[in-house]
Write a protein that binds this ligand. Structure first.
Ligand SMILES: Nc1nc2c(ncn2[C@@H]2O[C@H](COP(=O)(O)OP(=O)(O)OP(=O)(O)O)[C@@H](O)[C@H]2O)c(=O)[nH]1
Ligand SMILES: [Mg+2]
Length: 449
């Protein structure tokens, strides 16, 4: 892979379509723009209708061609975008001609890789571009947009600046050892470091939210048997998937289905109702429910409002204190025998056969997830596991720096730790990278991006 090559790829999916976009990037673009498309240069970022002529001067197609001069394109290199008719044969003929003109087919993600190598974007933006293409929930899309705009890079830069300031202050103490840093100043330095560590830990903590935005949220329906869990499950996903029957203990194996709720994508799980049972298979199902309850992000606790509260139900559910909960009192169409509890924002009385009630459940889950995960599409950032790893490296080294700050000799050591921490943060944006890191990152991109 050589950045001085001129590369080409189809930027739209392969196959018959109304239009197809062929993207070409590299030093040969200027010549191709002039010779194949007769674009009078300099003419940058203007889309014009042109005949694409091969080296043999055959007209392959009428295309809308846009030339981007070096420094003013996605990759940073001269780029030519051809919007052709969407026939794979046309695309093939153009590709053949491009090869004859000295270009080569692009590797996956090579356009974006070149954009990074040319300093057009940093690594967090490159990753955000891949997410913009693969995102499966609106939350993921909206938050990826923040990274694309460079917000994660800005956040990291501001932290790095604080670290460098701190280092400069420590270095004063090293340069003038006779003017030993007074105890008070040392405390101040340590406090500054504490603030930086807090910021880094907060940022690393956003990796968990990132998984949520990517749709890795488990929402479990739990309750005694026969309360209408499977009925509600079917109504929520809009498919008659789970068996429903008036006999208690119908569901045993758990089933799950993807569900979109506003900006979120969740995994909704229906499982066996919890009770004391003599049936071996039902008990096996209940054990599965209890184990799922420990791993869920949100529990929808379903009760039958036509019955008194099932004694010891929450005790049977086991300790899952940390897990968020919504209580749904189902069968509101029947005479109520469940004692009314205090008004609670996260409690809802419904009839699961009523469409508007099911909508209310969806809205409440969405609201709960928004609160639970501090979802704010304007502010959140996508913190990928790669970022988290480097953030934690930085945190660990700054913790060492904090310990070393105590003795005068340790001051020098602490600046070493600070340097390592700075490098770790630099790796997130790609200040220093090697081929393997870039290969690993870009191999998951699609061809043409
Ligand atoms: N009247 C009334 N009946 C309901 C409502 N929701 C569910 N049912 C009925 O309650 C019975 C049990 O429903 P299921 O959805 O199978 O209950 P479940 O909680 O999944 O039961 P298990 O799988 O045995 O744990 C069925 O006969 C449903 O038709 C409701 O809102 N009102
Ligand atoms: Mg069921």
């Amino acid at each position: 892979m050589d950045i001085s090559d001129t590369i080409f790829a189809l930027a739209t999916p392969y196959g018959s379509s109304a239009l197809a976009i062929v993207r070409i990037s590299g030093p040969l673009c200027e010549k191709i723009a002039q010779e194949a498309c007769s674009i009078p240069l300099p003419c940058s970022k203007v889309a014009t209708l042109r005949n694409y002529r091969s080296l043999k001067r055959d007209c392959i197609d009428q295309v809308v061609a846009t030339y981007f001069r070096k420094g003013h394109s996605y990759t940073g290199d001269a780029t030519l975008e051809l919007c052709t008719h969407g026939n794979p044969l046309i695309v093939e003929l153009i590709f053949q001609d491009l090869i004859e003109r000295g270009c080569r087919a692009a590797e996956p993600g090579e356009f974006t890789r070149n954009a990074f190598l040319n300093g057009r974007i940093d690594l967090t933006q490159a990753e955000a571009i891949a997410t913009m293409i693969s995102a499966s929930s609106k939350a993921e899309l909206k938050v990826a947009n923040n990274n694309l705009k460079g917000r994660l890079r800005e956040t990291l830069l501001s932290i790095q600046e604080k670290i460098l300031n701190l280092k400069a202050k420590i270095e004063v103490g090293i340069d003038f050892p006779e003017e030993d840093i007074p105890e008070e100043d040392r405390k101040e330095l340590s406090n500054e470091l504490k603030d930086i560590l807090r910021e880094l830990n907060d940022l690393a903590g956003q990796a968990e939210q990132t998984n949520v935005f990517k749709g890795q949220i488990k929402v479990l329906l739990v309750g005694p048997p026969n309360v209408g869990k499977s009925t509600l499950f079917n109504e929520l996903i809009g498919i008659d998937r789970a068996l429903v029957s008036p006999s208690a203990g119908t569901t045993r194996d758990y089933i799950s289905n993807e569900l979109t709720l506003g900006d979120f994508k969740i995994e909704l799980i229906d499982a066996a109702g919890i009770r004391e049972s003599d049936n071996r298979l039902e008990n096996a199902g209940i054990l599965k429910t209890l184990s799922l309850a420990k791993r869920a992000d949100l529990i929808l606790c379903i009760l039958d409002s036509s019955l008194p509260f099932p004694d010891g139900f929450f005790e049977k559910l086991g300790p899952n204190d940390g897990i968020a909960r919504i209580i749904i009192e189902n069968k509101s169409d029947l005479t109520r025998r469940l004692k009314t509890s205090d008004k609670d924002e996260w409690r809802l009385s419904i009839c699961s056969k009523d469409n508007s009630d099911v909508k209310k459940v969806k809205t409440l889950i969405e609201k709960k997830l928004t609160t639970l995960f501090d979802y704010d599409p304007k502010c959140n950032l996508l913190v990928e596991s790669r970022h988290r790893k480097h953030l934690m490296d930085a945190v660990n080294n700054l913790c060492n720096a904090q310990k070393n700050m105590i003795g005068l000799k340790g001051l020098e050591l602490s600046t070493c730790d600070i340097d390592v921490a700075m490098n770790a943060l630099g790796e997130i944006v790609g200040e220093k990278t090697n081929e393997q890191v870039l290969d690993a990152l870009f191999k998951n991109f699609c061809i043409g991006k």
